[in-house]
Design a protein around this ligand. Structure first.
Ligand SMILES: CCCCCCCCCCCCCC(=O)SCCNC(=O)CCNC(=O)[C@H](O)C(C)(C)COP(=O)(O)OP(=O)(O)OC[C@H]1O[C@@H](n2cnc3c(N)ncnc32)[C@H](O)[C@@H]1OP(=O)(O)O
Length: 219
């Protein structure tokens, strides 16, 4: 995915690098949860992986500090746990807005396994919460989840391209009520999991209390 043209070269380069590291760590995670190598190899690898931590923490941020790689004007949440390409925890789900509907795509590997060969229910909730958030954001401002109700109709298959779709049903001031579904790309009409969510844009006072200086990033 390309970055906006007005993102400066240094930021674009850092985003590319963060995306690359995220992808490499995802590969590593996938290998780590599917490996069947012996204990000695695992122990040796654990040591090698730990050696990667100090170079990363040589410069790092703490809670309350935005990631510089997220950028200023055209902000991009690079480390979002559902859609951030730089976050190895994220599948990552790629999201686009088509005619006011949020459409997400991703494939879940073995790292997201719940019942054997199917996705963990909490991961479905993560993807649905995220897509509902994007649907809410189509109405102007980012919001926070106030309520999230799920119905798990069928298990979500791993290693299968998924389609996650969310749209706003009702708007009431700073509140929205939206619906979302997960299905497979091959069979988009069969709903595997469905969700209904209420999102709210925090009031100015709430945003200041919750986010302080970071308020501008979430409103
Ligand atoms: C930088 C680039 C970013 C790009 C990313 C974009 C996408 C991001 C995607 C991110 C996705 C991930 C997102 C995340 O992970 S957000 C993380 C998870 N969510 C939270 O942590 C939110 C925690 N909640 C709060 O802090 C407060 O509730 C807030 C501040 C949000 C509102 O606090 P406030 O004090 O204002 O309200 P209330 O809490 O008293 O609750 C009010 C009660 O009233 C009902 N209610 C009232 N009016 C309406 C209405 N019109 N229509 C429908 N319902 C309405 C309401 O349901 C509730 O009902 P009940 O309690 O009686 O049952």
């Amino acid at each position: 995915m390309s970055d906006p043209v007005d993102v400066d070269d240094d930021l674009a380069q850092r985003r590319r690098a963060a995306r690359e590291l995220g992808a490499a760590l995802r590969e590593l995670t996938d290998a780590a949860v599917s490996t069947e190598v012996d204990a000695a190899t695992l122990t040796d690898l654990a040591e090698q992986v730990r050696a990667l931590v100090p170079p990363l923490t040589a410069a790092s941020r703490v809670r309350g500090e935005p990631a510089t790689v997220d950028g200023g004007q055209r902000a991009r949440r690079m480390y979002n746990p559902a859609s951030g390409p730089g976050n190895p925890i994220a599948p990552p789900m790629k999201v686009e807005i088509v005619d006011g509907t949020a459409i997400g795509r991703c494939t879940l590997g073995l790292a997201y396994e719940g019942p054997p060969s199917y996705g963990h229910g909490g991961i479905s909730a993560l993807l649905l919460d995220q897509i509902l958030g994007h649907a809410h954001s189509t109405r102007g401002k980012h919001g926070m989840t106030v309520k999230l109700a799920l119905r798990y109709r069928r298990p979500v298959p791993l290693q299968t391209p998924l389609r996650i779709v969310g749209r706003v049903e009702r708007v009431d001031g700073r509140w929205t009520e939206s619906v979302a579904t997960i299905s497979t790309e091959d069979d988009p009409d069969t709903v595997l999991v469905e969700a209904r969510g209420v999102f709210a844009v925090p009031s100015a006072e709430q945003a200041k209390r919750l986010f302080g200086e970071l308020e501008r990033l979430v409103r």
